[in-house]
Design a protein around this ligand. Structure first.
Ligand SMILES: [Zn+2]
Length: 91
């Protein structure tokens, strides 16, 4: 079974994949409307918004958790090596 390289979600059926395309390495939630993968800043902002909305977290706490989860995922390794996450809210 594949897992999304950008958020870690297990992808089991075509509908889980970006554009329903099972050859893709990222899921429907990590794709832009045009089917390309979201950028680091977009995904980070989306995760922070999600945590704030679902957990009622402060933005700073949500950002820490978002970055900690992204740090484990293959899609963002280069970003963390470059130190992009330390730039904060570049979106
Ligand atoms: Zn994903």
């Amino acid at each position: 079974m594949k897992t999304c390289i950008a958020c870690g979600m297990p992808m089991q059926k075509p509908a889980d994949f970006a554009g329903g395309d099972m050859t893709k390495d990222y899921c429907i939630y990590c794709a832009r409307p045009d089917g390309t993968m979201q950028s680091f800043a977009e995904k980070r902002a989306g995760m922070i918004r999600f945590l704030q909305e679902t957990q009622g977290m402060e933005k700073a706490a949500a950002a820490e958790i978002a970055e900690a989860s992204m740090r484990k995922l293959p899609a963002w390794q280069a970003q963390f090596r470059k130190g992009a996450a330390a730039d904060g809210d570049a979106e």
